[in-house]
Design a protein around this ligand. Structure first.
Ligand SMILES: *Cc1c(COP(=O)(O)O)cnc(C)c1O
Length: 381
């Protein structure tokens, strides 16, 4: 029998049956009026759901391509850009922006902390920045940025485009594009949307679209807003082949998110995360992110003394659950547990019960039921 392994990494996340079924459908031509209608509905629904009065682009590619698309359409060679980094994915923008020929300034937090809105305000006052990037949840640290507060600060800096990397956050942590003053936001299908990897969604507000208009012809081709705008308006037109089955899968995911409601989904992730943190602490783990900036979509869990990373994760796999290693200075010292998307209490119980067995296998004895019990008590009090 092939081993059934529950995927509890920070993306891809578990894919529910109704979404799997969309992936497995018989293909349709991208010009088939039925598909054109589906694609148009997805574009419009995503725009409405996340309150973006500009243009929403659900396209084939991963989150990293969306990062390039964001930068390509709002900056030109020689511009200043501010990168606000709370970890590895914040830092990824440095390379992207340097390759583009931008002058890069970086505001970094120590891992486990978030850069404050005050520090951002001060830095943006020093010179003219064409754009700024913020990572909503940095997947290396599980730190959440104070997006709403940063959005308020941006009102004082109207010439700077606010780019938000929502890849490990959007549809797990609340976001409102126009309402929070976000100019560009993007996410990947495989994170809190709970779809297979392969698609990203980029929301461009009116200010970002206006900036693109000032840039003339840009060096990038596939990610150019101007190439896609006519297609997003009328998907019967062709620019590059849409990922037909992923469009359907994203449509089903969007229906699931809409039915739950963005605020309710955020509240569910929050309650779950709080209970998961209690459970992990009960068996000796330390959560890397400080309580005031802890994400709800994943956790970086520092091992109790004497627990070996490779051994622990191998024992987790034996117990039927795969988790991710930590990054940077925390590699070998912590593991990362994804808890975003379309998952329920049973899934978490399964993961935490594997954590108990893996600790036992690593010689760190715990009374069985400690983590599971702490989780269920917190969820059901
Ligand atoms: C996963 C992730 C990315 C990269 O997305 P890919 O789909 O792997 O290209 C970027 N930013 C954040 C915050 C992520 O979690």
């Amino acid at each position: 029998m092939e081993k059934n392994v529950l995927v509890m990494i920070p993306g891809p996340t578990p894919v529910v049956k109704s979404i799997q079924e969309q992936m497995g459908r018989e293909i349709q031509a991208f010009g088939d009026p039925r598909f054109v209608k589906d694609y148009k509905e997805l574009i419009d629904e995503l725009g409405t759901l996340f309150n973006c009065s500009g243009q929403t682009f659900p396209l084939a590619g991963t989150g990293t391509l969306a990062m390039e698309m964001a930068i390509a359409n709002v900056t030109k060679r020689g511009d200043n850009i501010l990168i606000v980094s709370n970890g590895f994915f914040g830092d990824r923008f440095i390379d992207i922006c340097e390759r583009k020929g931008l002058h890069v300034d970086v505001l970094s937090a120590e891992w486990g902390n978030a850069v404050s809105p005050e520090a951002i305000d001060q830095k943006l006052s020093e010179k003219n920045y064409a754009a700024m990037t913020v990572t909503h949840v940095d997947t290396s640290t599980a730190v959440i940025a104070p997006v709403a507060e940063i959005g308020k600060v941006m009102k004082k800096h109207p010439d700077t485009i606010f780019i938000l990397d929502g890849v490990a956050a959007t549809a797990g942590e609340f976001a409102d594009v126009d309402g929070m003053g976000i100019d560009v936001m993007f996410t990947g299908s495989q994170k809190a949307f709970g779809v297979c990897p392969g698609m990203f969604v980029l929301w461009a507000g009116k200010k970002a679209l206006a900036r693109r208009k000032t840039l003339g012809t840009i060096p990038e081709y596939y990610v150019d807003f101007e190439k896609w705008l006519p297609i997003m308006e009328n998907p019967a037109k062709y620019f590059a082949t849409p990922a037909v089955n992923l469009v359907w899968a994203m449509k089903e995911a969007t229906e699931i998110i809409k039915a739950e409601g963005l605020q309710a989904r955020d509240a569910r992730h929050h309650k779950n995360a709080q209970a998961i943190h209690k459970a992990l602490e009960a068996v000796g783990f330390t959560i890397l992110a400080k309580p005031e900036c802890r994400a709800d979509t994943l956790s970086v869990c520092i091992y109790p003394d004497g627990v070996d990373d490779a051994k622990f994760r191998a024992a987790m796999f034996d117990a039927g659950v795969i988790v991710a290693g930590a990054l940077g200075a925390y590699a070998g010292k912590a593991f990362r547990l994804g808890h975003m998307g379309n998952i329920d209490q049973n899934t978490i119980v399964q993961a935490l019960s594997a954590v108990e067995r893996a600790l036992q296998a690593c010689g760190h004895s715990v009374k069985f039921g400690t983590a599971v019990g702490a989780y269920l008590s917190a969820m059901n009090q």
